[in-house]
Design a protein around this ligand. Structure first.
Ligand code: PMP
Ligand code: GLU
Length: 397
């Protein structure tokens, strides 16, 4: 007997989290596993942020917070949007949630209904398509490959639009490719979107602070789209706060109200103590963000260099986030000890078993020829991981 709903049965588990769990299981068995699967900074949360959380506990921030988050935090987010992004938002337009993941899902559940089409450029972050399935919408995948720096062109966007298009999901800097859209590229997409007023634009900017090419550009800067662009962001990546689970949307009022209503029935406001920590992140000294970004850039350079030394890998130079996403189809069809590698998911599992390095096959990101390595790990670990991978891959015939 299958008691589960069709909606649940159609859902796939998160591949990034699944690979990380497999890696932790092997570690627990005593294997020396290097985990480059899940995307989270290896840094610990900065001290002043932890202090703010401790103070919040002592000051009895133990009650329900307002559903969209504390006013102080929403004001701090508005101040951040003004000073860093030159965007004006009122606190009523901000909804704080249990991570950017919940923020994206709130928006999708608020605007996407059965049969609605959502345009998602591939490679994409694993969870978007599953969230659209949850909303019973239809994913329209636009492939943007290696040769176009994994970025969708305005012409591709326009060709994918139909009368049923309800939303577009953009992610820049991108997980998994590290690509960053320039202002001119965003303007090109915005000009197309201006012609189709029924489309909501979801702009996932969670990697805003991990950008190696200069200032962050948001599609929300184009005034003519402001009544239907929603920014998703949060503290997880830029402030090394993945476990605190705080993300937010900055949205037109109609959409913020909808997400507020949804959240009121679903989770209530996010964790009170974590909100006080996030407030300290946005209002405190920002030098920790720059320091971590600098370390990620050094590791990016290291990974590009080591990746290029692996025969058969086609490596681009990621401009943001903390992932290397090489094309690895050279190895498909090759075998070792009776095991044949069919695709990149096979390759990821095999690398975990043979070299004890965990990464994620590109299939889950809509790019089955690629494989993702998170380089949010110590330099020595990255060097050792890439050494093992090179050696292990050389066994494939
Ligand atoms: N968007 C992207 C592109 C991500 O990589 C992640 C990381 N899981 C999220 C959203 C979700 O972030 P959070 O941990 O704040 O839920
Ligand atoms: N965003 C991270 C990743 O892609 C975290 C895992 C997840 O939430 O899926 O690995």
């Amino acid at each position: 007997m299958n008691f589960l709903s069709d909606r649940l049965n159609s859902l796939s588990p998160s591949e990034t989290l699944a690979m990380s769990q497999k890696s932790n299981e092997l570690k627990a068995q005593g294997f020396d596993v290097i985990n480059l699967s899940v995307g989270e900074p290896d840094f610990t949360t900065p001290e002043h942020i932890k202090e703010a959380a401790k103070k919040a506990v002592d000051n009895n921030f133990s009650f329900y917070s307002p559903v969209p988050g504390y006013m102080e935090l929403r004001k701090a987010i508005c101040a951040k949007l003004k000073s860093e992004n030159n965007l004006e938002y009122k606190p009523e337009q901000i909804v704080v949630s249990g991570g950017a993941k919940q923020s994206v899902c709130n928006v999708i559940l608020s605007v996407v209904g059965p049969g609605d089409e959502v345009i998602i450029p591939a490679p994409y972050w694993v969870s978007y398509i599953e969230m659209v399935k949850l909303a019973e919408g239809k994913n329209i995948i636009v492939s943007a490959g290696f040769d176009q720096e994994f970025k969708m062109t305005p012409a591709q966007l326009e060709a994918a639009i139909t009368p049923k298009t309800k939303a577009l999901i953009l992610c820049s800097p991108s997980n998994p490719t590290g690509s960053v859209y320039t202002k001119e590229e965003l303007k090109g997409l915005a000009d197309v979107l201006a012609k189709y007023p029924q489309i909501v634009i979801i702009s996932d900017e969670i990697y805003e602070h991990i950008n190696y090419v200069g200032g962050h550009e948001s599609i929300a800067q184009f005034e003519n789209l402001r009544d239907r662009v929603v920014i998703v962001n949060g503290v997880s990546k830029g402030y090394a706060m993945t476990g605190w689970r705080i993300g937010f949307i900055a949205a037109p009022q109609w959409l913020a109200s909808a997400c507020n209503k949804l959240q009121s029935q679903y989770t209530s406001g996010p964790c009170s103590v974590a909100q006080k920590a996030a407030e300290a992140a946005y209002t405190g000294d920002q030098s920790c963000v720059a320091e971590m970004r600098t370390a990620f850039e050094r590791r990016r350079d290291l990974m590009v260099k080591l990746g290029k030394e692996i025969p058969g890998f086609k490596v681009n130079v990621p401009q943001g986030a903390f992932y290397l996403f090489p094309e690895c189809s050279y190895y498909f069809g090759k075998s070792y000890n009776g095991k044949t590698i069919k695709d990149s998911n096979d390759l990821a599992i095999w690398l975990l078993e043979e070299s004890h390095v965990a990464c994620v096959g590109g299939g889950a990101f809509g790019a089955p020829d690629c494989i993702r390595f998170s380089y949010a790990a110590a330099d020595e670990q990255l060097i050792e991981a890439m050494r093992r991978i090179k050696e292990t891959l050389s066994k494939l015939q």
